[in-house]
Write a protein that binds this ligand. Sequence first.
Ligand code: SF4
Length: 349
Amino acid sequence: MKTAVSSLPMSALQALVAKAGLERFRADQIFSWIHGRGVTRWDAMTNLARPLRERLAEEWMIEDLVLDRQLDTEDGTSKLVLATGDGHRIETVLIPEERKLTQCVSTQVGCRMGCRFCATAQLGLTRNLTPGEIVAQVRHGVAWAEAHGMRLSNLVYMGMGEPFDNYDGTLDSVRILLEPLGRHFSTRKITISTVGHIDGLSRLSREDLQVNLAVSLNATTQQVRETIMPASKRWPLQALLETLRRFPLEKRRRITLEYVLIDGVNDSDEDAERLASIARSMRSKVNLIRLNPFVGCPFSPPTVKRTERFEQLVRARNVTVILRRSRGSEIAAGCGQLALQPGPDRTSH
Ligand code: SF4
């Protein structure tokens, strides 16, 4: 079986290059071709001699995803359906905002966390994506940006799957994306969003890697949270909050608490008060978003009036709160809607 070099962070690629008896600088060249310039064919790597290219093509492989279809909305959001080498389909979403272009990437084919307000949960988990496959989504995102005269500025790990359920795949992909010879993202431009996977958070807190952190909170009591997010039985609310309060944050960084508002479930005045008090107990800000219903979703979003009252109640307690506009909902690309389902077609967090 060929070695998937596109999944290797620089240090691992250097080790592989040394083991293969190649000069050390070959690692820089290969990394730069794949992750800097987005080249996925060995024969296009013109600063490698032909015999070397032929040898590498026999022994090593570069993972790629094939664009299956692209679904655009009037608000400029675009969903790319991408096919893996073994025939699975995943989705990534591009979201242009004023001076930013954010890409939402997937980390798994499906998801096993079972959140009841999320379309991806209905798929169950097929498999983890490799680091090379996660990075390949960004390659497509960069191509999309160039075609639209934009620059990809931000990445959110908020697509299909729970990033910490694929911890190594997620972290290796981040390391590849930070590399100066690759896309050279800043850690401030990358956000990992988790269901509240305490084991993953604890591991991340010991890494020398400060990416932004977002946590799908979605409820202020254990009882409600475990009803809509079964993963909360394994990682209970109080333990999660303690983990977040202890999380070593760099100066000026804050944890984003994501809160999907669901009519009659988590949108009461008491919820707003408890949410504010949770947010004030740590360095955080709150992102509110109204539920995006999908086919078969058992819940509905609160009214706009109810949503605005909730936002005001949280803000009145001196919490930074942003009511996020749902982008791309007409193509099933909104938060919680990625599930390769009718959209016009079929991929969330
Ligand atoms: S919200 Fe995220 S963690 Fe929950 S089921 Fe959906 S993709 Fe998985």
